[in-house]
Design a protein around this ligand. Structure first.
Ligand SMILES: [Zn+2]
Length: 469
């Protein structure tokens, strides 16, 4: 692994001030303004492959909003693997450069790369990051941070703060607050208090989000300091939906005098895919599609907004159609997932915490009575040693639903399959066909008149002046 070249927040601040000075020169409108967007909403359904889209459509019984926007597909491989992770995938979409798995906002040698958010700020656009994952998770991080390891989240959050993004909405408050305040920062900084002291608004509930009227806005959600729950488990009074967060982002960024760049991540499709959770994936994709519908309504009204939706990779190796016993493999039962009330992740947690395995599984999956072999598999998993129990329970619970709906999973990780590319608005025709993931950032930068390479050059100049940590 190359030496980490992390960018210290004070240097970033100085950098952004220096970049701000260049704004006046770079802000000339593109020659053909009618064919170019003023605003871009980049939407990333993390881990959502083509089969997840089809499954959500089958479960809901009607076409997705996304379906009408399909224009092409994207190859997702990273610099060092056919199977990308979210760090390299996010970096490709943020910077237009392929990097190695686990790296965020840096090239394969660990050198920082200019991002769409940074380049948009140079041009005076307002910026926002919205996600149902943790705000410091790899995908949003790739747009504002430069670290050689995605797990360096304490550094990521400081870089995020240093960038002065106008709107940040996502999960996991713990990275932003010190231990005495219920967080897990060891440097005693309360980044929420600091945000308020700078005149920003901090919200932590759907009601507070709905009432927020101005930027800069920082929203950190999740019950306690935990992340936002999967849609199927979400407490609607205590945690906002992706659509609610997207609506607020568009309400506040919409009037931006020079336009805006907004990232909206459906961050937890990936988590449901890692758990091989068919009902969880379907519900998560449908929630993402409701956010797409809001973005589309905004773009239709506005007429100068480009929407691009593209996943960073597929998760789970989901296959639709499966031979079970002597039943025909040419039949699926997507309606069987409508009865599920709880994610397999939450069910497995309830069993680990002492819940009766069969009762939890029957209530959560909505299955009236488990088959004998399903009970046996569940009880075997529940009796496994601590280290293997959670994993075994996830597999057993997934199998109860997956066998009924007739889907299979090739992995608990990511896969190399191409993902769908969706676009609407001025410039959307440029996205037709099959692209590399890096093309997406380059196309967006070109349409907005952003210079990613110039930001990269400035970042590297700034980094060389930063003493090694
Ligand atoms: Zn991902």
């Amino acid at each position: 692994m190359p030496r980490t070249r992390r960018l210290a927040p004070p240097a970033l601040l100085a950098l952004m001030l220096a970049l701000g000075a260049a704004t006046a020169h770079a802000a000339a409108a593109p020659a053909d303004a009618t064919a170019r967007p003023r605003n871009v909403i980049l939407m990333i359904p993390d881990g959502c492959g083509p089969a997840a889209i089809t499954l959500a459509r089958l479960v809901s019984g009607h076409p997705l909003v996304l379906d009408s926007l399909l224009v092409g597909a994207v190859e997702t491989h990273s610099a060092d693997s056919d199977v990308t992770d979210s760090a390299a995938g996010g970096t490709a979409y943020a910077t237009g450069v392929k990097t190695r798995n686990r790296m965020v906002g840096v090239d394969p040698e660990g050198r920082p790369l200019g991002t769409l958010v940074e380049a948009a700020q140079v041009r005076g656009l307002e910026t926002g990051l919205v996600t149902t994952a943790d705000l410091t998770d790899a995908t949003p991080a790739a747009f504002v941070a430069h670290v050689a390891q995605r797990t360096l989240q304490d550094s990521i959050v400081l870089q995020m703060v240093g960038h002065h993004v106008d709107l940040l909405l996502g999960g996991d408050r713990s990275r932003w607050q010190p231990i005495p305040a219920g967080g897990r920062r060891r440097d005693d900084r309360d980044l929420l208090a600091e945000h308020r002291a700078r005149g920003g608004t901090v919200v932590t509930t759907p009601a507070e989000l709905a009432a927020a009227r101005r930027l800069p806005l920082l929203g950190l959600f999740g019950i306690g300091t935990d992340q936002i729950a999967l849609e199927i488990d979400r407490d609607t009074l205590r945690e906002p939906s992706l659509a609610q967060m997207t609506a607020k982002a568009l309400e506040l960024l919409g009037p931006s005098p020079r336009g805006f760049f907004l990232l909206v991540e459906g961050g937890r499709i990936d988590d449901a895919g890692h758990d091989d959770d068919p009902a969880g994936v379907a519900r998560e994709v449908l929630a993402y599609d409701r956010a797409v519908a809001l973005a589309l309504a905004f773009a239709r009204r506005d007429s100068r907004t480009l929407i691009v939706s593209v996943a960073d990779h597929e998760t789970g190796g989901l296959g639709l159609g499966r031979r079970v016993g002597r039943a025909s493999p040419y039949v699926m039962h997507p309606e069987s997932l409508l009865a599920a009330r709880t994610s397999v992740w939450r069910m497995s947690g309830e069993i680990v915490d002492g819940g009766d395995p069969v009762t939890v599984a029957e209530r959560g999956t909505g299955v009236d009575r488990l088959e004998d072999d399903e009970r046996a598999a569940l009880l075997t998993a529940a009796a496994a040693p601590d280290s293997a129990r959670r994993h075994g329970l996830l597999r057993a619970l997934s199998e109860i639903e997956s066998r009924r709906v007739r889907v299979g999973w090739s992995t608990g990780g990511h896969t190399a399959v191409d993902v769908g590319l969706y676009a609407f608005g001025p410039g959307s025709e440029r996205f037709r066909g099959l692209h590399e993931n890096t093309d997406v950032a380059r196309l967006i930068a070109g349409l907005l008149g952003l210079d990613l390479d110039a930001v990269t050059a400035r970042l590297r100049g700034a980094v060389e002046r930063v003493p090694p940590r």
